[in-house]
Design a protein around this ligand. Structure first.
Ligand code: PEP
Length: 249
């Protein structure tokens, strides 16, 4: 059985004060919930507040990116040792907004992924097609390419903590959700690719999350799919009641 993960991607939202408010309201709603792993990824400036508020709870804190160098002249970047020192456990890698607006490529995703895994962090590696690719029938090819390049030169032993998120770009922040069946088909493609690279046993245990306009009212039908091992939630994770409702799908 793969334990599901419900991960919140706050993107560039919430000051540290707003983060404290969120946890004040959110934690009582999910207290004792251990069916799924719960991860909240605030912006870096709110990580300290999130860690302090969630201490001793069932909620882990992650971030939204990591650089592949440990230190040096990389203005604006954050390294794995910095995250470990804070107590961060998870990191989102290769989000489509990073690919779209900040020059993230399959190769830099691979560098970040290797670094996160070597540091013992749990990476949530995002893959997904844009609308034109889906309409041109290229979804499977795109997913295979993104996976092969992201997983390049990583051993199955090193990849043990890997989590993948299937995030069709056309469904992110648009209110359009992939149907559970369509998402499950894409997950199966990703799982097959993981089996090619890391082996069948690894692939059978790999958690693949769905992301793209997950809301309280569509979470249970998505989570009912055997292929879907949780959710990466953007907009709906900003409200404590809505994230709690998704956690309790
Ligand atoms: C995301 O950014 O990872 C995401 C899935 O966003 P949303 O839930 O808002 O579509």
């Amino acid at each position: 059985m793969r334990k599901k993960v419900i991960a919140a991607n706050w993107k560039m939202n919430k000051t540290s004060d707003e983060t404290r408010d969120f946890f004040h309201n959110f934690l009582p709603l999910v207290e004792g919930h251990d069916r799924d792993e719960i991860v909240v990824c605030p912006p870096y400036t709110s990580v300290d507040a999130a860690l302090a508020c969630s201490k001793g709870s069932n909620v882990a804190i992650g971030v939204q990116n990591v650089h592949w160098k440990a230190e040096g002249a990389y203005t604006g970047e954050i390294s794995a040792p910095m995250l470990l020192c804070l107590g961060v456990k998870h990191v989102i890698i290769g989000h489509s907004e990073r690919r779209q607006y900040f020059g993230e490529t399959d190769d830099t995703v691979n560098l970040r992924l290797k670094t996160a895994l070597e540091a013992g962090l749990t990476p949530i590696c995002c893959v997904g097609e844009v609308l034109e690719e889906r309409e041109a029938g290229l979804t499977d090819d795109v997913l295979r390419r993104q996976c092969v390049r992201a997983f390049h030169a990583i051993s199955s032993k090193k990849a043990a903590k890997l989590v993948v998120a299937y995030e069709p770009v056309w469904a992110i922040g648009t209110g359009k959700t992939a149907t559970p069946e369509l998402a499950a088909e894409a997950h199966a493609v990703i799982r097959r690719e993981a089996a090619e690279v890391f082996g069948e046993e690894f692939a059978a245990n790999l958690r693949i999350l769905y992301g793209g306009s997950v809301k309280p009212d569509n979470a249970s039908s998505l989570m009912a799919q055997e292929e879907i091992d949780g959710a990466l939630v953007g907009g709906a994770s900003l409200d404590p009641k809505s994230l709690a409702a998704i956690v309790k799908y």
